[in-house]
Design a protein. Sequence first.
Length: 147
Amino acid sequence: MPIGDQVHLNGQIVPLSEAYISPLDRGFLFAHAAYEVTAVYNGKFVDLDGHLLRLRRTLDGIALPNPHSDADWTRIHQELIDANGINEGLVYLQVTGGAYEARDYTGPDTFEPTIFMYADTKPLIGQGPSEVSLRSSCMTHAGPVVT
């Protein structure tokens, strides 16, 4: 299925065709980044709290500031699926170390992350391997968690 026409880039919902990320972004140059993919089923997020917890842990582990509170991340996720009319599919989220004027392994004293997100319409249940993917993504929990 195609990626939605609207994406989130650094605080704004913009058309995918207008979303540009610098080739000097640390996510590209050094893989200094974290990502999460959250399922959307019946217009609701599957275990978004768990994904945001893992995002916080990952960002801490790679020394990137978390640019948003959980409430803000939830709002941005909702805005993105609303902008694309997603009822069933995925939201992809990537936070990178940001882009700077020069390639420098150590990076700046304070990172200003790049945030990129897109929503994708995708059948999650009853489509062969997708059904297994949804089940396995929730196996570490007491059951499917839909928020």
